[in-house]
Design a protein around this ligand. Structure first.
Ligand code: FE
Length: 470
């Protein structure tokens, strides 16, 4: 018999897991779903199957995929857990067996067992495969239509170690660039860099050592460079063995940003150093001559993790803001310029991904218009025009919260930014979620359409679009 869930901020309200899988054909729609939208919007997020063992962490819930299938103005929906080894073992046992981060929290029957992860962070369509991603393991393949689990995918055995949940797809070449940290063992400085070609073949892998072991959630690519931000949310197995936090905020280690030419190798990595700060997600990066520009959502201090002695972080410093880093590859220095672009609290940055790694004008994000920032629950969807600096925001409404918006171009050859933003909104009064579809060029005008579910999509992490086959 499944046990009740404990009180925990990330197991309650809009974060609480749902305990059902369903198929909902032809959702009730208010407004008009644009006829140009034909495809599937997939979203992933943590959705613990059972009450956790030991300390819970938002990053430790079992992955659940929510799919919105859109065609000819109609929207249908289905959701499925990703049936990882952990999910299957726990399903059979009827209770949680694995701890969150600390292996010492796991049941003896599974302690030390190699798993295929949680598959709870992102879901991408590339090389003819739908892959659920979580940064400590290999991708996990799903059927794009039924969402049935197929299993761990290691590119015909060529992918060694884990893979980031934030690969970058180069629209010009069709390649997917990716990396893995803790690439040789549980907590280590080792980072692997990989390239998968447009057909889904892993064609390149290289390894290097970061200045220290840390949580490396995301990275950046430009047409000419690959950028690895190493930020002081450090990892330590020694701490874990003492019962202390595996991951902790150690600002004294500073920020180290490695920049590698794409036509070079890890031997050519050049390291820049900066004051402590933390970034989960960049918006985009590009190279112009000697200058490399990176737009990121930067925190003063890493949110969600404590100091090494377990002291919680300062919530005032755990506010992400759009920040631009500029690196001069022609200089002899190891420093870089950092400037805040706006004071608005914003996270989950995206762009018109046809411009990944290129000069670009339009960015999108989830934002918080309240003075009090609440991690994971945002009340606005925003657009930034990098040419005018203007922000345009849609407030999702009373008692409503949202997270990452994704951009879908109107057509393959539409101009940059000509398209739609799709996001989930949770309505706490209705205790259910709806999909909103916005005109990406006029976000503050509000949704072109809303498609209503009868249940909640828990606040999650990331999603992507698969065009054309819904
Ligand atoms: Fe992420």
């Amino acid at each position: 018999m499944a046990k009740p869930f404990p009180k925990h901020p990330h197991l309650e309200g809009g974060f609480a897991p749902i305990h059902m899988e369903c198929d909902a054909p032809d959702l009730v729609v208010e407004g008009e779903v644009p006829r140009e939208l034909n495809g599937v919007f997939y979203r992933n997020g943590p959705n613990a199957q059972f009450a956790p063992r030991g300390d819970y962490h938002l990053f430790a819930g079992d992955g659940m995929i929510h799919g919105f299938y859109i065609r000819d103005g109609k929207v249908s929906y289905k959701n499925r857990w990703v049936r990882t080894l952990k999910w299957r073992k726990e399903h059979d046992a009827g209770e949680a067996l694995f701890g969150a981060f600390n292996p010492m929290d796991s049941d003896e029957s599974v302690r030390g067992m190699e798993t295929d992860g949680l598959a709870n962070t992102n879901v991408v369509w590339h090389g003819g495969r739908l892959l659920a991603l979580e940064e400590a393991h290999a991708p996990f393949e799903l059927d794009p239509f039924t969402l049935e689990s197929k299993g761990s995918w290691r590119y015909d055995g060529k992918l060694e170690g884990p893979m980031t949940a934030h690969p970058k797809i180069d629209y010009e070449t069709g390649e997917m660039l990716m990396f893995g940290y803790n690439a040789k063992g549980l907590i280590s400085e080792d980072i692997a860099f990989h390239v998968v070609d447009r057909d889904g073949n892993l064609t390149r892998s290289e390894w290097f050592k970061a200045p220290y072991a840390s949580m490396v959630h995301d990275f950046m690519v430009t047409r000419d460079h690959v950028i690895f931000p190493i930020m002081p949310l450090t990892g330590s197995m020694e701490r874990a063995m003492r019962g202390e936090p595996v991951y902790a905020w150690e600002p004294d280690k500073g920020v180290h940003i490695g920049i590698m030419p794409r036509n070079g190798s890890v031997e050519d990595l050049r390291w820049f150093k900066g004051d402590p700060s933390f970034v989960f997600h960049p918006m985009n990066a590009h190279t112009d001559g000697n200058m490399v520009t990176c737009d990121v959502c930067e925190f003063e201090e890493a949110p969600l993790f404590p100091a090494p002695d377990g002291t919680p972080g300062d919530p005032e410093k755990a506010v992400p803001r759009l920040t631009r880093w500029t690196f001069d590859m022609g200089s002899n220095t190891d420093d870089y310029k950092s400037e805040r672009l706006d004071d608005l609290a914003c996270e989950f940055p995206r762009l018109d991904e046809r411009f990944t790694g290129l000069g670009y004008r339009h960015g999108y994000f989830a934002c918080d218009l309240k003075p009090q920032f609440e991690v994971g629950a945002f009340n606005g969807i925003g657009h930034v025009d990098h040419v005018t600096g203007k922000m345009d925001v849609y407030e999702v409404g009373h008692a409503c919260a949202t997270n990452e918006p994704i951009f879908v171009p109107r057509t393959d050859d539409a101009a940059e930014g000509d398209g739609f933003l799709l996001a989930n909104v949770y309505d706490a009064e209705r205790k259910a979620s709806h999909l909103v579809i916005l005109d990406a060029q006029n976000v503050s005008a509000g949704p072109l359409a809303k498609a209503y579910l009868d249940h909640r999509v828990p606040f999650g992490f990331h999603g992507n679009w698969m065009p054309g086959q819904a």
